[in-house]
Ligand binder design. Structure first.
Ligand code: PNS
Length: 163
């Protein structure tokens, strides 16, 4: 039986921390779906299609495109996407107790809704302080985000976001 997992998130934009979790998860499952989901609690920098394109490029650059599908989902519950593609596991990166507290209720609800389990992976400590919101802020103020994001994202932000 194929073991299929989903890594969901806003990915606005994808960071080196996200990519670290994606690479680890790709090594654990037969097929991994990285799914960009609109989070209404966050104000967006990039359109969903742009976030998908940047993840696709970063996944190719990391050499893991063979087992990774990049998609977006705006049709309702995330677990419905999981059911559609036959995934039984969600994978989330947790950097701290704050992340665990944020993720735990979602994990329990997703298990109640559809029996989809959530697996928490610990990113490499060097990525522990990286977040998309920090990247958005540094980028908006003209700072160098290359330590925090894959090269394709750093290049994109440096060109597309320059006023
Ligand atoms: O990167 P983020 O913003 O922390 O990701 C949060 C996300 C998009 C994974 C979360 O908001 C989510 O799962 N949204 C899908 C809507 C849904 O299924 N909600 C009910 C169960 S939590």
């Amino acid at each position: 039986m194929q073991r299929i997992a989903v890594v969901p998130g806003s990915f606005d934009p994808v960071t080196k921390g996200h990519l670290d979790v994606i690479e680890r998860a790709a090594g654990l499952y037969d097929e991994l779906h990285v799914v960009v989901v609109h989070n209404p609690d966050k104000s967006a920098l990039l359109p969903i299609a742009q976030r998908v394109a940047l993840i696709e490029r970063a996944v190719i650059d990391a050499g893991i495109q063979g087992r990774v599908v990049v998609a977006s989902w705006s049709m309702g519950l995330l677990v419905d996407y999981c059911t559609d593609v036959g995934a039984s596991v969600l994978v989330k990166g947790v950097r701290s107790q704050v992340d665990v507290a944020y993720e735990t209720p979602m994990a329990i609800v997703n298990r109640h809704l559809a029996g989809v389990e959530t697996v928490f992976l610990l990113p490499d400590p060097q990525h522990a302080l990286v977040s998309s919101s920090l990247v958005r802020q540094v980028s908006a103020l003209g700072g160098d985000v290359s330590p925090y994001v894959p090269p394709v994202v750093a290049d994109f932000l440096a060109t597309a976001m320059t006023p």
